[in-house]
Design a protein around this ligand. Sequence first.
Ligand code: AVJ
Length: 326
Amino acid sequence: MIRALLDAHGARAARLVEFAEDVRSGLLARPKTLPPRWFYDAVGSALFEAICQLPEYGVMRADDRLLRRHAPDVAARLPPVTLVAELGSGTGRKTRAVLTALAGRSSLTYRPIDVSATALERCRRELSRLPGVRVDALEADFLAGLRDVAGARRDGERALVLFLGGTLGNFERAAALDFLGAVRATLQPGDALLLGVDLLKSEDRLLAAYDDPAGVTAAFNLNVLARINRELGGNFDLRGFAHEARWDACARRIEMHLRALRPQVVSVPAAGVRVAFEEGETIWTETSSKFAPEELPELAAAAGFRVEAEWVDAEWPFAECLWVAD
Ligand code: AVJ
Protein backbone atom coordinates (compact mmCIF):
# COMPACT_ATOMS: atom_id res chain seq x y z
CA MET A 1 0.00 0.00 0.00
CA ILE A 2 2.71 2.47 1.08
CA ARG A 3 4.86 1.18 -1.74
CA ALA A 4 2.03 1.89 -4.17
CA LEU A 5 1.55 5.39 -2.79
CA LEU A 6 5.26 6.15 -3.05
CA ASP A 7 5.33 4.82 -6.61
CA ALA A 8 2.36 6.97 -7.55
CA HIS A 9 3.98 9.99 -5.94
CA GLY A 10 7.26 9.33 -7.73
CA ALA A 11 5.49 8.88 -11.06
CA ARG A 12 3.71 12.19 -10.60
CA ALA A 13 6.91 14.05 -9.70
CA ALA A 14 8.69 12.54 -12.70
CA ARG A 15 5.79 13.59 -14.91
CA LEU A 16 6.05 17.20 -13.71
CA VAL A 17 9.75 17.22 -14.60
CA GLU A 18 8.93 15.88 -18.07
CA PHE A 19 6.23 18.51 -18.48
CA ALA A 20 8.71 21.25 -17.57
CA GLU A 21 11.27 19.85 -20.02
CA ASP A 22 8.73 19.61 -22.86
CA VAL A 23 7.50 23.15 -22.19
CA ARG A 24 11.04 24.45 -22.13
CA SER A 25 12.21 22.78 -25.33
CA GLY A 26 8.90 23.41 -27.08
CA LEU A 27 8.80 27.13 -26.33
CA LEU A 28 12.45 27.56 -27.29
CA ALA A 29 11.94 25.71 -30.61
CA ARG A 30 11.08 27.33 -33.93
CA PRO A 31 8.23 27.12 -34.65
CA LYS A 32 7.16 27.01 -31.01
CA THR A 33 5.46 23.70 -30.19
CA LEU A 34 3.86 21.85 -27.30
CA PRO A 35 3.24 18.07 -27.41
CA PRO A 36 -0.48 17.14 -27.32
CA ARG A 37 -0.11 14.67 -24.43
CA TRP A 38 -0.16 17.61 -22.00
CA PHE A 39 -3.73 18.52 -22.95
CA TYR A 40 -5.13 15.85 -20.65
CA ASP A 41 -5.17 17.12 -17.07
CA ALA A 42 -8.51 16.91 -15.24
CA VAL A 43 -9.89 19.97 -17.08
CA GLY A 44 -8.50 18.91 -20.45
CA SER A 45 -9.85 15.36 -20.11
CA ALA A 46 -13.31 16.77 -19.30
CA LEU A 47 -13.10 19.12 -22.30
CA PHE A 48 -12.09 16.24 -24.53
CA GLU A 49 -15.14 14.28 -23.35
CA ALA A 50 -17.22 17.35 -24.28
CA ILE A 51 -15.59 17.49 -27.75
CA CYS A 52 -16.72 13.90 -28.28
CA GLN A 53 -20.35 15.04 -27.78
CA LEU A 54 -20.11 17.79 -30.40
CA PRO A 55 -22.14 17.21 -33.57
CA GLU A 56 -19.16 18.43 -35.63
CA TYR A 57 -16.70 15.92 -34.14
CA GLY A 58 -17.70 12.51 -35.46
CA VAL A 59 -14.50 10.64 -34.61
CA MET A 60 -15.51 9.16 -31.28
CA ARG A 61 -19.05 8.26 -32.28
CA ALA A 62 -17.73 6.43 -35.35
CA ASP A 63 -15.24 4.55 -33.19
CA ASP A 64 -18.02 3.68 -30.71
CA ARG A 65 -20.38 2.44 -33.40
CA LEU A 66 -17.73 0.24 -34.99
CA LEU A 67 -16.63 -1.22 -31.67
CA ARG A 68 -20.18 -1.97 -30.53
CA ARG A 69 -21.07 -3.54 -33.86
CA HIS A 70 -17.88 -5.53 -34.39
CA ALA A 71 -16.60 -6.43 -30.92
CA PRO A 72 -18.00 -9.97 -31.33
CA ASP A 73 -16.16 -10.27 -34.68
CA VAL A 74 -12.92 -9.18 -33.04
CA ALA A 75 -13.29 -11.90 -30.40
CA ALA A 76 -14.29 -14.51 -32.98
CA ARG A 77 -11.30 -13.81 -35.22
CA LEU A 78 -8.69 -14.25 -32.47
CA PRO A 79 -7.70 -17.19 -30.31
CA PRO A 80 -8.88 -16.59 -26.69
CA VAL A 81 -7.19 -13.41 -25.43
CA THR A 82 -6.07 -13.25 -21.79
CA LEU A 83 -4.21 -9.94 -21.77
CA VAL A 84 -5.55 -6.66 -23.16
CA ALA A 85 -3.40 -3.52 -23.04
CA GLU A 86 -4.87 -0.21 -24.10
CA LEU A 87 -2.81 2.80 -25.18
CA GLY A 88 -4.47 6.02 -24.07
CA SER A 89 -7.48 4.35 -22.50
CA GLY A 90 -8.96 7.63 -21.29
CA THR A 91 -12.03 6.73 -19.26
CA GLY A 92 -12.36 3.41 -21.10
CA ARG A 93 -15.87 4.19 -22.31
CA LYS A 94 -15.28 2.80 -25.78
CA THR A 95 -13.48 -0.28 -24.50
CA ARG A 96 -16.39 -1.88 -22.68
CA ALA A 97 -17.85 -3.64 -25.73
CA VAL A 98 -14.52 -5.21 -26.70
CA LEU A 99 -13.76 -6.41 -23.17
CA THR A 100 -17.24 -7.85 -22.79
CA ALA A 101 -16.91 -9.79 -26.05
CA LEU A 102 -13.44 -11.10 -25.19
CA ALA A 103 -14.27 -11.98 -21.58
CA GLY A 104 -17.11 -14.12 -22.89
CA ARG A 105 -14.45 -16.57 -24.10
CA SER A 106 -11.77 -16.43 -21.38
CA SER A 107 -11.16 -14.33 -18.30
CA LEU A 108 -8.57 -11.63 -18.88
CA THR A 109 -6.38 -8.93 -17.43
CA TYR A 110 -7.02 -5.43 -18.77
CA ARG A 111 -4.09 -2.99 -18.53
CA PRO A 112 -5.14 0.55 -19.43
CA ILE A 113 -2.12 2.81 -20.04
CA ASP A 114 -2.64 6.56 -19.86
CA VAL A 115 -0.85 9.73 -18.78
CA SER A 116 -4.02 11.11 -17.22
CA ALA A 117 -4.45 9.91 -13.63
CA THR A 118 -8.02 11.28 -13.54
CA ALA A 119 -9.04 9.38 -16.66
CA LEU A 120 -7.39 6.17 -15.39
CA GLU A 121 -9.23 6.35 -12.10
CA ARG A 122 -12.57 6.63 -13.89
CA CYS A 123 -11.56 3.84 -16.23
CA ARG A 124 -10.76 1.55 -13.30
CA ARG A 125 -14.09 2.37 -11.63
CA GLU A 126 -16.12 1.83 -14.78
CA LEU A 127 -14.56 -1.36 -16.05
CA SER A 128 -13.57 -3.35 -12.97
CA ARG A 129 -17.20 -4.40 -12.54
CA LEU A 130 -17.19 -6.37 -15.80
CA PRO A 131 -17.34 -10.10 -15.10
CA GLY A 132 -14.16 -11.97 -16.03
CA VAL A 133 -12.07 -8.79 -16.24
CA ARG A 134 -9.28 -7.86 -13.82
CA VAL A 135 -8.19 -4.22 -14.23
CA ASP A 136 -4.57 -3.28 -13.56
CA ALA A 137 -3.99 0.36 -14.60
CA LEU A 138 -0.67 1.91 -15.50
CA GLU A 139 0.04 5.65 -15.42
CA ALA A 140 2.69 5.88 -18.11
CA ASP A 141 3.58 6.85 -21.65
CA PHE A 142 2.37 4.51 -24.35
CA LEU A 143 5.58 2.68 -25.17
CA ALA A 144 7.06 2.68 -21.67
CA GLY A 145 3.76 1.30 -20.39
CA LEU A 146 3.55 -1.32 -23.10
CA ARG A 147 7.09 -2.48 -22.40
CA ASP A 148 6.18 -2.86 -18.71
CA VAL A 149 3.13 -4.89 -19.65
CA ALA A 150 5.22 -7.09 -21.96
CA GLY A 151 7.82 -7.59 -19.24
CA ALA A 152 5.22 -8.68 -16.67
CA ARG A 153 3.55 -11.07 -19.08
CA ARG A 154 3.18 -14.75 -18.18
CA ASP A 155 3.99 -17.60 -20.55
CA GLY A 156 1.19 -18.63 -22.81
CA GLU A 157 -0.71 -15.38 -22.48
CA ARG A 158 -2.28 -14.19 -25.72
CA ALA A 159 -2.22 -10.38 -25.96
CA LEU A 160 -4.33 -7.80 -27.75
CA VAL A 161 -3.29 -4.15 -27.85
CA LEU A 162 -5.97 -1.50 -28.30
CA PHE A 163 -5.10 1.87 -29.81
CA LEU A 164 -8.49 3.42 -30.41
CA GLY A 165 -10.03 6.81 -31.02
CA GLY A 166 -7.76 7.82 -33.88
CA THR A 167 -4.85 8.84 -31.65
CA LEU A 168 -2.41 7.43 -34.22
CA GLY A 169 -3.20 10.70 -36.05
CA ASN A 170 -1.14 12.57 -33.48
CA PHE A 171 1.91 11.25 -35.35
CA GLU A 172 3.20 12.45 -38.67
CA ARG A 173 3.10 9.60 -41.21
CA ALA A 174 6.74 8.56 -40.80
CA ALA A 175 6.48 8.73 -37.01
CA ALA A 176 3.25 6.70 -37.11
CA LEU A 177 5.11 3.88 -38.84
CA ASP A 178 7.97 4.07 -36.32
CA PHE A 179 5.48 3.99 -33.48
CA LEU A 180 3.62 0.98 -34.86
CA GLY A 181 6.94 -0.79 -35.38
CA ALA A 182 7.83 -0.10 -31.75
CA VAL A 183 4.46 -1.50 -30.66
CA ARG A 184 5.08 -4.59 -32.79
CA ALA A 185 8.47 -5.05 -31.12
CA THR A 186 6.78 -5.52 -27.73
CA LEU A 187 4.51 -8.25 -29.12
CA GLN A 188 4.89 -11.92 -29.99
CA PRO A 189 3.79 -13.45 -33.29
CA GLY A 190 0.06 -14.12 -33.14
CA ASP A 191 -0.66 -11.20 -30.79
CA ALA A 192 -3.03 -8.61 -32.20
CA LEU A 193 -3.55 -4.88 -32.50
CA LEU A 194 -6.96 -3.25 -32.78
CA LEU A 195 -6.29 0.17 -34.24
CA GLY A 196 -8.78 3.00 -34.83
CA VAL A 197 -7.78 5.32 -37.68
CA ASP A 198 -9.53 8.52 -38.73
CA LEU A 199 -9.74 8.69 -42.52
CA LEU A 200 -9.52 11.52 -45.02
CA LYS A 201 -12.72 13.44 -45.57
CA SER A 202 -13.67 16.86 -46.88
CA GLU A 203 -11.75 19.88 -45.63
CA ASP A 204 -15.01 21.51 -44.49
CA ARG A 205 -15.90 18.63 -42.24
CA LEU A 206 -12.42 18.41 -40.83
CA LEU A 207 -12.12 22.11 -40.10
CA ALA A 208 -15.53 22.17 -38.40
CA ALA A 209 -14.51 19.16 -36.28
CA TYR A 210 -11.41 20.95 -35.00
CA ASP A 211 -12.87 24.45 -34.76
CA ASP A 212 -16.41 24.02 -33.48
CA PRO A 213 -18.60 27.12 -33.26
CA ALA A 214 -19.31 26.64 -29.53
CA GLY A 215 -15.60 26.99 -28.83
CA VAL A 216 -15.14 23.71 -26.94
CA THR A 217 -12.06 22.78 -28.99
CA ALA A 218 -10.72 26.30 -28.48
CA ALA A 219 -11.08 25.86 -24.71
CA PHE A 220 -9.39 22.44 -24.94
CA ASN A 221 -6.48 23.97 -26.83
CA LEU A 222 -6.12 27.03 -24.56
CA ASN A 223 -6.29 24.88 -21.45
CA VAL A 224 -2.74 23.68 -22.07
CA LEU A 225 -1.60 27.26 -21.35
CA ALA A 226 -3.73 27.31 -18.20
CA ARG A 227 -2.13 24.05 -17.16
CA ILE A 228 1.34 25.54 -17.65
CA ASN A 229 0.25 28.41 -15.40
CA ARG A 230 -1.19 26.07 -12.75
CA GLU A 231 1.54 23.46 -12.63
CA LEU A 232 4.66 25.36 -13.66
CA GLY A 233 3.88 28.85 -12.37
CA GLY A 234 3.60 30.37 -15.86
CA ASN A 235 1.99 33.73 -16.55
CA PHE A 236 0.29 33.12 -19.90
CA ASP A 237 -2.61 35.51 -20.46
CA LEU A 238 -5.09 33.17 -22.13
CA ARG A 239 -6.96 36.15 -23.56
CA GLY A 240 -3.83 37.04 -25.49
CA PHE A 241 -4.05 33.84 -27.57
CA ALA A 242 -6.59 32.45 -30.04
CA HIS A 243 -7.31 28.90 -31.14
CA GLU A 244 -6.64 28.11 -34.79
CA ALA A 245 -7.22 24.94 -36.82
CA ARG A 246 -5.57 24.57 -40.25
CA TRP A 247 -5.77 21.88 -42.89
CA ASP A 248 -2.46 21.07 -44.59
CA ALA A 249 -3.55 19.41 -47.83
CA CYS A 250 -0.02 18.23 -48.74
CA ALA A 251 0.76 16.58 -45.43
CA ARG A 252 -2.92 15.55 -45.07
CA ARG A 253 -3.20 16.70 -41.50
CA ILE A 254 -5.08 19.09 -39.29
CA GLU A 255 -2.83 21.35 -37.27
CA MET A 256 -3.98 23.09 -34.13
CA HIS A 257 -2.20 26.25 -33.11
CA LEU A 258 -2.48 28.98 -30.48
CA ARG A 259 -1.96 32.37 -32.08
CA ALA A 260 -0.58 35.34 -30.14
CA LEU A 261 -3.00 38.23 -30.62
CA ARG A 262 -0.40 40.84 -29.68
CA PRO A 263 3.33 40.95 -28.94
CA GLN A 264 3.97 39.60 -25.45
CA VAL A 265 6.54 38.10 -23.14
CA VAL A 266 5.70 35.04 -21.06
CA SER A 267 7.70 33.41 -18.30
CA VAL A 268 7.40 29.90 -16.96
CA PRO A 269 9.63 29.76 -13.87
CA ALA A 270 9.49 26.01 -13.23
CA ALA A 271 10.53 25.39 -16.83
CA GLY A 272 13.25 28.03 -16.63
CA VAL A 273 12.05 29.96 -19.67
CA ARG A 274 11.04 33.45 -20.61
CA VAL A 275 9.91 33.78 -24.20
CA ALA A 276 8.79 36.58 -26.45
CA PHE A 277 5.93 36.27 -28.93
CA GLU A 278 5.50 38.44 -31.98
CA GLU A 279 1.98 39.39 -32.91
CA GLY A 280 0.53 36.53 -35.01
CA GLU A 281 3.17 34.00 -33.97
CA THR A 282 1.79 30.58 -33.06
CA ILE A 283 2.47 27.63 -30.80
CA TRP A 284 1.80 24.42 -32.72
CA THR A 285 -0.07 22.26 -30.20
CA GLU A 286 -1.38 19.27 -32.15
CA THR A 287 -1.16 17.34 -35.38
CA SER A 288 -4.04 15.13 -36.47
CA SER A 289 -3.01 13.17 -39.56
CA LYS A 290 -5.80 11.71 -41.67
CA PHE A 291 -5.20 8.50 -43.60
CA ALA A 292 -6.44 7.16 -46.92
CA PRO A 293 -7.86 3.62 -46.71
CA GLU A 294 -5.24 2.42 -49.25
CA GLU A 295 -2.41 3.46 -46.94
CA LEU A 296 -3.43 1.12 -44.15
CA PRO A 297 -2.38 -2.29 -45.54
CA GLU A 298 1.04 -0.81 -46.45
CA LEU A 299 1.38 0.61 -42.98
CA ALA A 300 0.47 -2.76 -41.43
CA ALA A 301 2.99 -4.67 -43.53
CA ALA A 302 5.77 -2.15 -42.98
CA ALA A 303 5.24 -2.34 -39.21
CA GLY A 304 5.26 -6.17 -39.16
CA PHE A 305 1.56 -7.00 -39.07
CA ARG A 306 -0.89 -8.71 -41.39
CA VAL A 307 -4.40 -7.35 -41.82
CA GLU A 308 -6.92 -9.74 -40.28
CA ALA A 309 -9.99 -7.52 -40.75
CA GLU A 310 -11.05 -3.93 -41.28
CA TRP A 311 -14.37 -2.19 -40.65
CA VAL A 312 -15.24 1.31 -41.86
CA ASP A 313 -18.04 3.51 -40.53
CA ALA A 314 -20.64 4.59 -43.07
CA GLU A 315 -21.39 8.03 -41.58
CA TRP A 316 -17.97 9.30 -40.59
CA PRO A 317 -15.03 7.80 -42.52
CA PHE A 318 -13.09 6.02 -39.78
CA ALA A 319 -11.49 2.57 -39.88
CA GLU A 320 -11.23 -0.07 -37.18
CA CYS A 321 -8.29 -2.27 -38.14
CA LEU A 322 -7.56 -5.69 -36.68
CA TRP A 323 -3.94 -6.57 -37.35
CA VAL A 324 -2.06 -9.68 -36.27
CA ALA A 325 1.69 -9.67 -35.52
CA ASP A 326 3.62 -11.72 -38.10
C1 AVJ B 1 -7.62 12.14 -29.22
C2 AVJ B 1 -5.89 12.64 -30.76
C3 AVJ B 1 -7.85 11.45 -31.49
O1 AVJ B 1 -6.87 14.36 -32.92
O2 AVJ B 1 -9.00 14.05 -33.11
C4 AVJ B 1 -9.85 16.39 -30.70
C5 AVJ B 1 -7.76 14.97 -30.10
N1 AVJ B 1 -7.96 17.41 -30.66
N2 AVJ B 1 -10.05 17.67 -31.02
C6 AVJ B 1 -7.98 14.11 -32.43
C7 AVJ B 1 -8.52 16.22 -30.49
C8 AVJ B 1 -8.92 18.29 -30.98
C9 AVJ B 1 -8.09 13.79 -30.94
N3 AVJ B 1 -7.35 12.53 -30.59
